[in-house]
Design a protein around this ligand. Sequence first.
Ligand code: FAD
Ligand code: SAM
Length: 491
Amino acid sequence: MPISGRWMKLDPDYPKLLEVAQQFYGDVQETLGSVLFERIEIQRKFYDESERALFETERYRKLRELVEVLPDGSGFLMPGARLNVPRFLSASRRWFSESGCVIEATLSAETPIEFAPEEVRIPSLGLTSRRVFFCTGAHDSLQDLFPGVPNHPVHGEILRIRLPEKLECDTSVCRHWVTPIHSGEKETPVFDYLVGATFDREHPGQGPTREGSLLLLRSAADLLQLSLGSDHVMEHQWGIRAAMKNRRVLIQRHRKYPQAAALNGLGSRGSLLAPTAARDMLNIMDQQPQQEKAAPAAGTVNLTAMAHTAVRRRYRSGDWLLDATAGNGHDTLFLAGLGEPSRVIAVDIQQTAIRQTQQRLADSGLQGVTLYHAEHAMALGTILDEGLVRDVGAVMFNLGYLPRSDHQLITRAETTIPALRHAIDLLRPGGVLTVLAYRGHSGGSEEAESVDQFFSETQAGQVSVIPGNTDDSSSPVLFLFQKSTSVNSDA
Ligand SMILES: Cc1cc2nc3c(=O)[nH]c(=O)nc-3n(C[C@H](O)[C@H](O)[C@H](O)COP(=O)(O)OP(=O)(O)OC[C@H]3O[C@@H](n4cnc5c(N)ncnc54)[C@H](O)[C@@H]3O)c2cc1C
Ligand SMILES: C[S@@+](CC[C@H](N)C(=O)[O-])C[C@H]1O[C@@H](n2cnc3c(N)ncnc32)[C@H](O)[C@@H]1O
């Protein structure tokens, strides 16, 4: 679809994306001898009067060459394309299987992957390869090799509804889409339609829901101008769509192992984006690592969000969560919102920071967090010695000074390193330690280096180091450490 979303914006990349997709799926069609891809006309219906007004007053001027307004004024027709995904997947799988190129297996944190300079080996599968690509959709498994890769999964559902006759329109979209998948013999055709949407960011993976079914039936009834009930529903499926917050596809080459890369977050219109994204990924792999700046994942990244994501992923119900540098309380608030506030401990050497954190928690109605006004190496050492706090799922460090406060009072390697040692001892297997170090203030860069050295001397291979901006050596840097769950967990 060249025009998408509630703002009906024209995608300037659409012609290029479509050209690459058409070429790619065309080649696949020819190889597989199966019709997979077709150009179609899509009905875009207005959701409400405000959408219609936006179209008429602002959008139409730019879109008039491309669209045809529906006679009843309920929307417009635009060009689009459709990929028969089930057919594409089954035919290509069959083709690869017949060529002997498919091994079905699950890679997990426990699967050892060996990276040699020119190759990648997965001994348990008997595989040796020049490169490895992780295209795992909305799954946690990427996190072990690419910690901090953003992932914002969205839950979606699809209904297959059966109608007694064929409708005039092909595919319709509004907030949801309806598309025909007719089948059957010529004499006894079956008029089935799929109606689907992704709509729930809060509860991905919850399975098919009654609410989802009602929502989709109502939407299909509106779009098709029909009365529909549960007796029309033949099948109810659900899925999780990998998505990035900024809606950009993520292509990330591993910073230490240039023969590994991740491609994720195809999200909506994934079928259109996939051929271009795959081509871009191959181009990136052919470049020297330092030339990678053009990749969408390069540039400044939000390290705080990455640290939070890493903690969120590893959190298990009942875990204790520790903030070693409470400061203004942002991380403490995040931890208290993630777990049980009564199992969150926050430490800071400054009374002001403790007060700010207390206030932030109170403003959010979160009670029960333990706040220690103390030096963190001492505080964590005491917690460790007492032995009362077990199952620590995460410890967060946010180094440097308290914003809008005395910039001389900063964290220093002399105490940070012993505190990190205690933090690692406190963590349960699989627990994470996040250390966000700022390198812009006096002493910051040296402290970050000490942290780096500490991890490489004591926890070699167990830590990921993610700079905020690869071009700027004074940008912050995030250290993500996960405590080993088993002897093989370095995959
Ligand atoms: C309800 C719904 C409606 C949608 N509608 C549309 C639409 O109309 N048009 C459109 O273009 N897109 C649509 N999408 C989005 C589309 O499905 C995605 O863009 C696309 O599936 C993403 O492809 P992917 O290969 O990146 O991820 P996925 O399709 O999620 O594939 C990832 C695969 O990796 C496997 N995997 C994960 N971890 C491991 C591991 N450790 N070891 C081995 N295998 C692993 C998974 O089992 C899975 O098979 C929709 C999505 C949903 C949920
Ligand atoms: C960058 S701030 C933390 C920001 C905080 N995480 C937030 O979300 O607002 C660093 C904090 O570390 C504290 N600090 C400095 N040295 C410390 C030490 N040795 N022990 C405990 N806290 C320390 C400072 O008082 C400051 O509040």
